[in-house]
Design a protein around this ligand. Sequence first.
Ligand SMILES: Nc1ncnc2c1ncn2[C@@H]1O[C@H](COP(=O)(O)OP(=O)(O)O)[C@@H](O)[C@H]1O
Ligand SMILES: [Mg+2]
Length: 235
Amino acid sequence: MIIIDNLQKSFGRNEVLKGINLNIRDGVITAILGPNGSGKTTLIKSILGMVIPGDGSIEMNGKGIHNNWKYRNQIGYLPQIARFPENLKVKELIRMIKDIRRTEGKEDPLAEMFDLKQAMDKPLRHLSGGTRQKVNILLAFMFESPNYILDEPTAGLDPLSLIRFKELLIAEKKNGKAILLTTHIVSLVEELADDVIFLLEGNIFFSGSVEELKSKYGGLKLEHSIANILSGQHV
Ligand SMILES: Nc1ncnc2c1ncn2[C@@H]1O[C@H](COP(=O)(O)OP(=O)(O)O)[C@@H](O)[C@H]1O
Ligand SMILES: [Mg+2]
């Protein structure tokens, strides 16, 4: 559970987050939508402690994150662009992340699920984009964290891996995990998201279910409702 209260962040004169209030609930998949530059990554980085907010507070599982770096062990994070040492083999990278987290994770079931056994002995520079993304998924989920933060997690996945990924998310949701993701893939939101947050110009423009978003902003399909909001036909 992550509770965000009145979160504000400016870069110079650019007010990117203007007082965000948001609960990321346990056992729920929350999707953050919003056009490029609307502050999705800034919000995620604030939760991770990579961006220091100008005002407001963030609580994770009942404790404020300010001056309390240990909370990061409660997060499985999948960055939009992961940069790892290219010469490391996949299994060496996994070892390195385990050492950094000082936790033995469980990579075998995930390696099985995403058909990564053969990739383990390959250096990262030899991997295709989709295989890299599968490695990122494995790293994000192998520590069985109570909270997951996933920035565009399905980029480059083949159809079978995408099905496996959706199954994984549904299983983790059933396990009571709090799952936050950003994506531009509308079908993924439609299939998986319980709570939808739409960021626009630094504020939460909409918060509710997919069905509520559709009925409020027209369009039988979610993509049309989103297009209506983005093209300014919502007023
Ligand atoms: N480190 C930074 N320094 C200055 N401006 C930034 C920085 N990070 C993000 N911004 C600005 O904040 C706004 C929101 O960016 P971002 O959170 O990356 O949006 P999104 O992820 O929704 O595309 C943009 O106007 C971007 O230029
Ligand atoms: Mg972003």
